[in-house]
Write a protein that binds this ligand. Sequence first.
Ligand code: FAD
Length: 448
Amino acid sequence: MTAMLADIGPDNAAPVVEASHRERKRIIIIGGGFAGIAAARALRRADVDLILIDRRNHHIFQPLLYQVATAVLSPAEIAAPIRQLEVKQQNLSVLLAEVTGVDLASRTIEASSPGLGVRKIAFDYLVVATGMRPSYFGHDEFARYAPGLKSLSDAETIRAKILGAFEVAAATEDESERSRQMTFVLVGAGPTGVELAASLAQMVKVTLRGNFRHIDPARASIILLDAGKRVLPTFAESLSQRVTRRLTKLGVKVLTDLKVETVDVEGVIAGGNRILSATVLWTAGVAASPIPKMLGTKIDRAGRALVDPFLRVVDAPGVFVVGDAASVMQDEHPVPGVAQAAIQQGRYVGRLIAKELKGRNVKRSFRYFDKGNMAVVGKNYAVLERGWLRTSGTLTWLVWAFIHILALPQLQNRLRVQRQWLWSYFTGQRSSRLIAEPPRDTAPGSDR
Ligand SMILES: Cc1cc2nc3c(=O)[nH]c(=O)nc-3n(C[C@H](O)[C@H](O)[C@H](O)COP(=O)(O)OP(=O)(O)OC[C@H]3O[C@@H](n4cnc5c(N)ncnc54)[C@H](O)[C@@H]3O)c2cc1C
């Protein structure tokens, strides 16, 4: 393993070891998310040098990030070290570095990290699996006031913001500032916005009950805003309606057809009206990482690479894009940006490369098998859509819980999440209610 990385070349100045001069083919996978890891695993028996590069040392189970943001789970419970893969897979090296460039002419990528400097690494095959990041639709200035939810540190920031707001509300004697601190606005009513809003509603009603002498957290105002016509637009309309009713029952105010014009220190302006809020959370749009653009291929409006039916970049032999970073059409519909699609694409490309290396021709193009779409709306309620099947309620929620436990990356994640869920279910308590940094003064006019 060490030898594999040692001959990459120490830095920019050093000659790049040409992949084609090597005995074994070198495959570089950028991104240790669902797609990248699935590709790596599919290549576990291949006689290749495989390098998996990620700027983080951990894989995140993103579907449960909202539970870290609302203190149900702690970060370690939904993440697993990517490096652990080296134990199981002899042909794999993990490199903690950020890829900053791709040069298809010289077939090299450029990676950088503090201990490593900048290195060029040659490849025979390249698999780009760099996922998406929050998009503020051209208003990056909103990010300062409205964090998105994509990483563990985002989730911790949101958790600290929510818990900190109650502390400030309890301490202040200014009635209007107290009300601003106890108003939470979530922008974007897709699955993440819905799940986060419902979990927050239960936290204020159950977990925080009786915790404050001078305020009643249950009186907090939780507003879910969306510019579209309904919540969960990728689900059937009947399920959207059921979810809206459920959210309303939990105390969430759902405002659709309302565009956010400004996010600032005071809160938001939406549809011309000012909503005062100290905690605005961005659950609206996503855009691809910059890497697909570096491939010089066509990209869609969200920055995803348009790939052929074999997930290849056109006119770039041996270069693939998988997962959220790829724009793939199937039966005239885009393949959705969900974990299952990413896993299936990564696995497909891993197998395709393994077959090619054995001299076999792959004739079957990628086909996404849709196992269904789910969203959870607080305790005892989830919705499921699969083909013609649409279900909601407690049984669906149990199915959701079962599937998510099984899908967690490691046995220890599964055991720990199960234990926390049982504790939380029967006591209403959440064991990760930490504010790592003391809350800052977020009143308008303060330096934040
Ligand atoms: C909050 C949230 C909730 C979600 N809930 C669900 C759900 O309930 N069900 C569902 O199916 N899907 C859900 N999704 C979507 C799902 O998580 C994605 O579809 C899936 O993660 C895509 O996998 P991926 O491998 O393409 O990208 P990711 O899993 O995002 O992985 C990309 C990896 O690339 C790395 N990377 C990026 N750029 C670089 C670079 N330049 N250099 C090095 N490394 C880089 C990143 O660090 C990351 O590890 C959710 C997503 C979010 C954000």
